[in-house]
Design a protein. Structure first.
Length: 393
């Protein structure tokens, strides 16, 4: 799956430039406070609409390569256009909002479409997905060192990475190997919804994902701002983001063994609980050394949680509704991310980083409880008697 590895690398390289720096680009162009939260929330909001639509289309048509390539190419064109506009003068809020909305709409389904290909191919997800983490790491470090986060070059770099992702997409399978012989399989969207209706574990999983993403969005939006307020230079901020991703890469290398040993239910609980701990400590600790050490928890907060989510979706989905179910999971996460972005952006400006991260830690605690209920439901469905949380064995 060379094409999938390359696609993950360049797609997440674009995010490695975008995630740490785009909030600062927005602030430099006069977008702050509530407006900052609204623009940042476009990603999760479009994640609510776009992945289910593209997931349903992917299941109904069986198309893979053309959908992934076209979303990457359009995203590159939109963000590149905003960069050209900002090179002359700070764009009006309406222009930034429109471009950010279009960018978010076409970027949102790219990851879920690639995940669908990975899941239906039955490859070990972690070793393939880690190429995305490596792309994020390399790009975050390079951007922090050589790209001014307030410059139009930032947006041009994002567009270039997405353009490379579009090229890599042409190495992906043209059609689904599962659906190749049955294009037009009937109502896959309803099939995914039926799974949610009939599988309690999936309902708890989706609720856990909702609260997890709400909590974790505080990190996505406010971490760079928190580092700035701590007096940490942009180059060092990029290294701190990269440290988190390095921890994530290490986790993905051993993810399959951990899944076999402990099961996805236990990893889900561990990841959500670690999210609450990490965010709580982020509000209390200060200084470069403490924040750098805290980044090691990204292995659990993202790596363990995401690995568990993907494994449970793969195990619970039917082949003809995998894309739609994966899209619905993205949409559920997007609801949490959108509400979190708006809440945390406003909270950060009004109350500061410590209060913001403490609030996010409480939401993360709710996600951990929901994850434990999901794990028990999975164990009950498999006829297992597991003390505490599901072992998955």
């Amino acid at each position: 799956m060379l094409g999938l590895r390359l696609f993950y690398f360049f797609f997440f390289a674009a995010l490695g430039i975008y995630s740490p720096a785009f909030p600062r680009w927005l602030e430099a162009n006069g977008i702050r406070g509530f407006e900052l939260g609204v623009v940042a929330a476009l990603g999760p909001v479009m994640g609510l609409v776009s992945p289910p639509v593209f997931g349903w289309l992917a299941d109904k048509s069986g198309l893979r390569r053309s959908l992934v390539a076209s979303t990457a190419l359009v995203s590159a064109c939109v963000v590149g256009s905003l960069g050209l506009v900002s090179a002359r003068a700070a764009p009006a809020f309406a222009v930034t909002f429109g471009c950010a909305a279009a960018f978010a709409f076409f970027r949102a389904p790219m990851g879920s479409l690639a995940d669908t290909i990975a899941l239906e191919s039955r490859v070990s997800y972690g070793p393939v997905r880690l190429w995305g983490s490596l792309g994020f790491l390399v790009a975050a470090v390079a951007a922090g060192r050589w790209i001014d986060p307030t410059s139009p070059v930032l947006l041009a770099s994002i567009a270039a990475a997405l353009g490379c992702a579009a090229l890599a997409a042409w190495l992906l399978p043209a059609r689904s190997p599962v659906l190749a012989a049955s294009v037009g399989v009937a109502p896959t969207r309803m099939g995914a919804l039926a799974l949610l209706r009939d599988a309690p574990a999936l309902r708890w999983l989706f609720l856990c994902a909702l609260f997890f993403e709400t909590a974790h969005s505080a990190y996505d939006l406010c971490f760079s701002l928190h580092l700035r307020d701590e007096g940490i230079a942009p180059a060092m901020a990029g290294i701190l983001w990269a440290l988190g991703v390095m921890a994530e890469v290490v986790f993905f290398l051993v993810a399959e063994r951990l899944l076999e040993r402990f099961g996805p239910g236990s990893l889900l609980v561990l990841g959500a609980a670690a999210t609450a701990v990490r965010l709580g400590l982020m509000g209390e600790l200060h200084g470069l050394a403490s924040l750098a050490a805290l980044q090691s928890l990204h292995a659990l907060t993202f790596g363990a949680t995401w690995t568990a989510l993907m494994r449970i979706v793969r195990e619970q989905a039917r082949p003809e509704s995998l894309g739609a179910l994966r899209g619905l999971l993205s949409a559920t996460s997007a609801v949490g991310g959108a509400s979190g972005m708006i809440a945390w952006g406003t909270c950060y400006r009004a109350l500061g980083g410590a209060t913001t991260f403490r609030g996010a830690a409480l939401v993360g605690s709710v996600a951990a409880v929901l994850g434990a209920i999901c794990a028990r439901s999975l164990a009950a469905r498999e006829g297992q008697d597991v003390p505490g949380v599901a072992s998955g064995k």
